[in-house]
Design a protein around this ligand. Sequence first.
Ligand code: AMP
Length: 191
Amino acid sequence: MNIILLGPPGAGKGTQAERLIDAHGMVQLSTGDMLRAAVKAGSEVGLKAKAVMEAGDLVSDEIVIGVVSERLDAPDVKAGVIFDGFPRTTAQAEALDALLVDKGMALDAVVEMQVPDELLIGRIEQRAKETGGTRADDNAETLKKRLVNYHRDTAPLVEYYDGTGKLRTVDGAQDIDDVTSAIAKALSVDA
Ligand code: AMP
């Protein structure tokens, strides 16, 4: 099973991805994690992405698509992929469609986690406190920019995937366990 977790920053995509990994042995493909690793390693991609990420802006489609394409060549993706934080633009969604065809993979579902902006701001502030600033983009100012970017660039993907019949919407404002159950139900799998 290959799925996309779609939702704004702080929606809980990472948490739910971990649970899907534990329950179903899937592989998480988080472009945010991959880009942070590239920044840490000081690779060419990392050097290009660093300032953009710190500002809360989107890294270029070209870079992100390249990173995903390479990752999809690893054999572990056969266990099933959870795309977390990708695609974030229509161009990325179109590129993913092409990549999946290319690599003989199929998309089973897109789970949209809906969370109101007010709740997200509280969650991100909490995460910033807990992680002690390990994520340079977890602060109120960049979050606001990331939310603006989400509504402008990523929210249109809801319509994109609705047209494919693969979109499932869950209420991401519920307790974490209830979100996990709602996702399992949406995917017709055990939680
Ligand atoms: P995330 O961990 O998913 O919140 O991503 C952290 C940051 O990495 C984002 O604010 C962007 O700067 C960058 N990033 C992650 N995924 C993407 C993507 N699919 N497209 C563009 N930029 C991305």
